[in-house]
Design a protein around this ligand. Structure first.
Ligand code: FES
Ligand SMILES: [Fe+2]
Length: 363
């Protein structure tokens, strides 16, 4: 007797349309995963600091006098005033409310008249710190004090990325562009994480940058690794020198669950995606481009423009249409196309994402 096999369905629409699901993700997923805080080039000298936000929490990172990168909740341990704003350089952190003063290590140093308080023990008063890691020059923070290190979450990524971009530790951002998409962040992340739609929707990317027939995506811990060869050199929209590096003729990307991706275009050109959700139906996707020491590069600028005008623009229409469709009473989640051989026309990466998305929300 033939066994009846039921295809695996897409995620139910309410995961993308219900504000309560987003609130749950904010409290749980965003507060328990590694999120981009900034770039090491923002912390060049001891005392350099910058503020950032994760899961609605106001935070800041600073380089100590011992050249250690630290990150703290941006809140005074006296009566909760905000400590710093924007970015800059400080030898001490001085609260603007009653001028309690903290070392860059977070330790309270002094406060006016505190010595009159019986039992006041300043050695017990420290800023609340959070985990922060330098991952190939990109600083990621995690609000979960028990979070496993990034190398456990994303095995081998640091080594692979360094092999593709040997100069990664001396890069600085040259282009940093935010693109608003009217859709749930997961719709945008899923669209990034499959290339089943590429040949039809991204003609320039599929014929002028990568070779879709070799495209594949594999899970590597909580990373989704995309790999393919570049397009034939006479069809490439820009010049690459194959002698530069053993990976110069390849395209690869490392999507780090849930909201960041390193992407290396043929020619070892790094760019990044950083998804910042605004609410359950709006996300801003920040695209970053980098060069050694931030030097001006006509090639990188041209590539950033080409990418913005083609792939990025094409994807905006796709994801916004999907979000409208998810709100339709007429939509029932359809089967995923799972090809056991993998490859460009398989959605096995979406199946993996859906498992992670469900786990983040379901009790
Ligand atoms: S709240 Fe910071 S010194 Fe009082
Ligand atoms: Fe796309």
């Amino acid at each position: 007797m033939n066994q009846i096999v039921k295809p695996i369905s897409s995620l139910a629409a309410h995961y993308y349309t219900d504000p309560a699901v987003f609130e749950k993700e904010k409290r749980g997923l965003l507060a328990k995963t590694w999120q981009l805080a900034g770039h090491i080039s923002q912390l060049e000298k001891p005392g350099d600091y910058f503020t950032f936000e994760i899961a609605g929490e106001n935070l800041f990172a600073v380089l100590t006098k011992q050249n250690e990168i630290k990150a703290y909740y941006n809140v005074c341990q006296h009566r909760a005033h905000e400590l710093v704003t924007g970015a800059g350089n400080k030898s001490l952190i001085v609260c603007p409310y009653h001028s309690w003063t903290y070392e860059l290590t977070g330790q309270l140093r002094a406060g006016p008249n505190v010595n009159v308080v019986p039992g006041f023990d300043k050695s017990n008063l420290c800023l609340s710190s959070i985990k922060i890691e330098n991952f190939c020059g990109f600083l990621f923070a995690n609000l979960d004090p028990d979070a496993a290190p990034m190398d456990d979450w994303f095995p081998n990524v640091r080594e692979e990325l360094t092999a593709f971009v040997p100069h990664i530790n001396s890069l600085k951002p040259v282009e940093w562009v935010g693109v608003s998409e009217k859709c749930n962040w997961k719709v945008s992340v899923e669209n990034y994480s499959e290339c089943y739609h590429c040949q039809l929707n991204h003609p320039m990317f599929s014929t002028g940058v990568v070779n879709p027939s070799t495209y594949n995506i594999q899970a590597q811990g909580h990373c989704l690794r995309h790999t393919t060869e570049c397009q034939n050199l006479d069809q490439m929209t820009y010049d690459i020198n194959l002698d530069d590096n053993q990976h110069a003729a390849e395209y690869s990307s490392w999507f780090l669950w849930p909201m960041f991706s390193f992407q290396v275009y043929p020619g070892n050109i790094l760019n990044t995606y950083h998804w910042l959700p605004i609410d359950h139906e709006n996300v801003v996707v920040w695209r970053g481009w980098y060069t050694v020491d931030g030097a001006d590069s006509e090639a990188v600028r041209q590539l950033a423009i080409q990418d913005r005008e083609t792939t990025v623009e094409e994807d905006i229409h796709l994801v916004q249409s999907v979000q409208r469709g998810l709100n339709s009473r007429g939509y029932k989640p359809g089967p995923l196309v799972l090809d056991p051989k993998g490859g460009v026309n398989s959605e096995h990466s979406i199946k993996t994402l859906h498992e992670w998305m469900r786990a983040a929300v379901d009790d």
